[in-house]
Design a protein around this ligand. Sequence first.
Ligand code: C2O
Length: 353
Amino acid sequence: APTPPPDLKTCGKATISDGPLVGYTCCPPPMPTNFDNIPYYKFPSMTKLRIRSPAHAVDEEYIAKYNLAISRMKDLDKTEPLNPLGFKQQANIHCAYCNGAYVFGDKVLQVHNSWLFFPFHRWYLYFYERILGKLIDDPTFALPYWNWDHPKGMRLPPMFDREGTSIYDERRNQQVRNGTVMDLGSFGDKVETTQLQLMSNNLTLMYRQMVTNAPCPLLFFGAPYVLGNNVEAPGTIENIPHIPVHIWAGTVRGSTFPNGDTSYGEDMGNFYSAGLDSVFYCHHGNVDRMWNEWKAIGGKRRDLSEKDWLNSEFFFYDENKKPYRVKVRDCLDAKKMGYDYAPMPTPWRNFKP
Ligand code: C2O
């Protein structure tokens, strides 16, 4: 059966992965609205596509605009703690859908490790981007994307490495700063190699995940999801490099923060806190872009046609604080949703092992 939208009335405490057993609260704030009758979302009319650019190549004007939008979002946390558009509330959306806050009887909702992964995150970014645009009065504002499938993008985008700015995150792993090249295939261990070799390994890995290992929809999107059944069968890209990038950017689990707190991988390395690092949405921009790129390769690479996927639903607040239900079937075409990606070459296409 398709996965229904979560029942907000039964939202409970979330559990931090590998963390303390006391629950973590990340349910959406109560809103004066009829939770039993949330309407379906309709795309507002638009005149111009929002174009998402590669994060390593944006100009100072964009960086300023982006920082301003994020700082306004963070201000909402202080001035209106129950505003669902606040920075923490937005991060909590991810926590609630991923750390067991939404239950249906004895079944727990989980949007990772299955075919819900791509559509959930696409809708999540869709609203996040509109909220940011609204906060700075720019209806064409678009998120940046972390172009880690291209050698120029295989490091933390420099704009995120400026201390004191609103998109800087102190709880990020310090090892990823100052232009360190990332290893897209690593779940934590470091291999000694040259930067050049690392980049070429990354391209070979991208070819494998996009082409060789994902010739058909179920391998790319991940296994069918049935509510409460945590199959843990992610698609190729969700598994690698999506997870390694999270682990890379988060502090090592079990290490200690300067204030003495134990790290559970914050922020990027744990579902409950990942959305507290702005680079999360930049990372997921590229994950989302890979969905488009994968379909563009051709062959049997197209969207799933299963009704249980197409009719699965999620719940989000739009930029006007209105709650909506959305369906997977309505997010298959990014342009119809009003955004697109500024093209970048995909050199991994020539890295057949
Ligand atoms: Cu919902 Cu990158 O994880």
